[in-house]
Design a protein around this ligand. Structure first.
Ligand code: SF4
Ligand code: MG
Length: 347
């Protein structure tokens, strides 16, 4: 499949200012620090990482509410960061966002018809003025809601239904890309599957591309074709789903994998639990060398005395590998996730 949206070496730094009367810049938060991604037409790229990894910042850059400090964001080959406002607005229509919390992202004082129809006011070309009511009803039907409920208000719907309203609103302007920022994290597990299935059906029927953001690997597994794992503003592993889940190479990916509940209870106990010590370090002063070295469970196993090897402390690992499965680690973990490996039971 061809590349629809491409992120090239994107950096987003926020200045850190101090001072009551005179504000001085004393440093910067490196929220996203040299990330490259390629989203292909009709496919889903899963983006996984703990909070503070930079994935939500990346989402905001992709939908254009923030501008990158450096790097390029190419939509169908055109760099959106270098376009004038009008052209950028037209392009931005093609990249819509679905938010984590369907409770707070819908205006409680607007009816569903007004919420979904509002998109037509911002982008009038997406539905002719006389046909907007019908267009809204068509969208509600498309996402599995009753078109007769167009006059109801958000509080009259369940959490899963509200997320469907959010999806209908995003689809109103006929996007080609949906950036889904933790779209099911706030929903009950039973409802999560329904929303995932809806997104999959819409992808098939409308040829949509998704950037699907999540904090764990469990949900992404059911929807992503490719997976990228982020840690402290960087992609540490990326590749096709089968490779990343079947034989994760980065110790951080293996740790995230070990936190995923096993679908098959007979596999429990055959898996090493990897518990990551401590919190994600501050992105305003990331660790030297490999950013993961302060929490890496694998590094100490590379030396006789259990100390962190010099390259891990001193050299920033690049993304390398064979084919399209890449990882940024000086000592990539080998082998499948089964047979006593760190993350067996997933395929
Ligand atoms: Fe761990 Fe070293 Fe690999 Fe970083 S480079 S993930 S510290 S083993
Ligand atoms: Mg977030």
């Amino acid at each position: 499949a061809d590349v629809l949206l491409e992120v090239r070496d994107v950096v987003k730094h926020y200045p850190v200012r101090r001072g009551v009367v005179v504000q001085r810049t004393v440093g910067s938060v490196q929220a996203v620090d040299g990330v490259s991604l390629a989203l292909r037409r009709g496919r889903t790229l899963g983006l996984v990482g703990e909070s503070g990894s930079g994935k939500s910042t990346l989402a905001r850059l992709l939908v254009g509410v923030e501008k990158p400090t450096a790097g390029q964001i190419l939509l169908e080959g055109t760099d959106v960061t270098r376009m004038d406002r009008t052209a950028r607005r037209a392009l931005r229509q093609k990249v819509q966002m679905i938010f984590q919390d369907p409770y707070t992202s819908l205006n409680p004082r607007m009816s569903v018809g007004e919420i979904v129809g509002e998109a037509f006011e911002l982008h009038p070309a997406s539905a002719p003025a006389g046909s907007r009511q019908a267009a809204v009803q068509e969208l509600l039907e498309l996402v599995g809601l009753d078109p007769d409920h167009v006059h109801r208000y958000p509080h009259q719907f369940s959490g899963g239904q509200r997320q469907r309203i959010g999806i209908a609103r995003a689809l109103a302007v006929r996007p080609s890309v949906l950036v889904c920022d933790e779209p099911v994290s706030a929903l009950d597990v039973s409802v999560q599957g329904q929303v995932i299935n809806l997104l999959r059906r819409l992808q098939r029927e409308l040829g949509l591309s998704y950037l699907f953001i999540a904090h764990d690997l469990a949900v992404v597994r059911h929807i992503a074709h490719e997976v990228s794992v982020m840690y402290l503003g960087r992609v540490v592993e990326t590749g096709p789903r089968a490779g990343v889940y079947g034989s994760p190479r980065h110790p951080y990916t293996r740790a995230l994998m070990s936190a995923v509940p096993l679908p098959d209870p007979t596999l429990r106990g055959r898996r090493d639990e990897i518990v990551l010590e401590g919190d994600v370090p501050s992105p305003s002063s990331p660790p030297s060398g490999c950013r993961f070295h302060t929490r890496c469970w694998w590094a100490g196993r590379q030396t006789a005395d259990g100390s962190v090897p010099a390259p891990c402390r001193g050299e920033d690992p690049r993304l390398t590998g064979d084919g399209d499965h890449l990882s940024a680690c000086h000592f990539p973990v080998a082998g499948p996730t089964g047979a006593g490996g760190a993350a067996d039971g997933l395929r």
